[in-house]
Design a protein around this ligand. Sequence first.
Ligand SMILES: [Zn+2]
Length: 479
Amino acid sequence: MAELKSKTLWDLFYDICKIPNPSGHEEKLCCFLKTVAAEAGLSCKVDKAGNLLIEKPASPGREKCKSVIMQGHLDMVPQMIAGLDFDFKTDAIVPVTDGEWIKASGTTLGADNGIGTAAAMAVLLDDSLEHGPLKALFTVEEEVGLRGASEVDPEFLDADILLNLDSEDEGEIFMGCAGGARLQTEFNIEWTELKPATKAYRVSVSGLPGGHSGCDIHQNRGNAIKLIVDLLRNVSSVLDLNVSILDGGTLDNAIPREAFAIVTVPEDEGEVLETATQMFAAGARAQHNFNYPIMEVAEEWDMPSKTWSPEFLRKVLNSLHECPHGVIAWSKDFPGVVETSTNLAVVESSRTDLRIKTSQRSFSNADRAALTEKISKHFDAVGGKSTVDNEYPGWKPNPESEIVNLVCSIYKELFKAEPRKTAIHAGLECGLMGNKNPNIDMVSFGPDIKNPHSPSEQVSIASVDRFYQLLTEVVSRIK
Ligand SMILES: [Zn+2]
């Protein structure tokens, strides 16, 4: 029964697989959906950013019901196994059934968010379904910084309820997500003459597991920047140590896995440096079950011509040591979910300046802004110049949300199981949408999708059928 009902969804999904849609190249898929909508007599609008809105009037007698937007994104993450001859801009994804799951042949499948898109379209095409005023909104470039959602025409969000169909755990009903910001601080490096009779070394920290600053920040996996800073502070207490380069981390949303410094010490003290480093490393490994970090000292043949002044070095090491990193607060509403966090993400030094990047996330925009300001003042008090960019709002969980409670009660009724109401510490488009229409009541749910954004992405067939059953039931029961 459920399979019969979701036949249109599956047909649409297989059509979507044939249409190339990597981020930034959504126009073919947009065009296909417009054609399908036009054939069904539905009206379409595209905004300046390229987001598509399709509208369906209410069933007779349901005109006064709350209006609903079903929302998904048009783009997919283009990832494939090494050596595959495949062009995401021109080639069709080849879905294959593997038992209870559907996956692709060596590429991402695009179930994220092809299933959500197909589901919203299937609802629009089902004339037997009774519903109030209904819209489907499909955004562009979700996977590359939520660009479509951040530029969506606010008129597209004129509705009472938004159903985001872009989550990946059946049985989890999402009611909130973190917002974020990136802080960049620049210091002008103060230099001094290289001391005579010194030798240069490259000191490095590596072997850390790293991870995503939204999903893994609570795992205490260590931070390569923090470790190298503490190592240098420690070694400075036993040696006359100077620094001319300090680098660590790569991306503001990744927890740093590696860092290194070019240091100079008196030429007969190389062994002291090595011993102090290995002692410090052993202590750090004891904190991480002896699995990591690796700390190495290698002779550097490229002698620097100058080193940082002792005052500048002290200032940088102390301020990085004191800079917060990790979980700042846990959610009171969702056990085990992080409310507010910060990632000390990148340190890079050049001949003129030292740049530090940190990123903050929180369900609360006010808490995130306060934390960003605190860290910016922390660095600026010792001569840094901080700027904030890449700011996007969070979606504050609302325990009173009518739509969240309706989805949960229908889920329980249909599947005789308790769904888990939760929130995620990473970003969803809902944060940006809710910011443009603060009165909209939002929820996010979807089928089971494993390993999204990787060539082993797969979607559970039975879970899609149940997801579609839930979606149609929710749409038809909103009064
Ligand atoms: Zn997605």
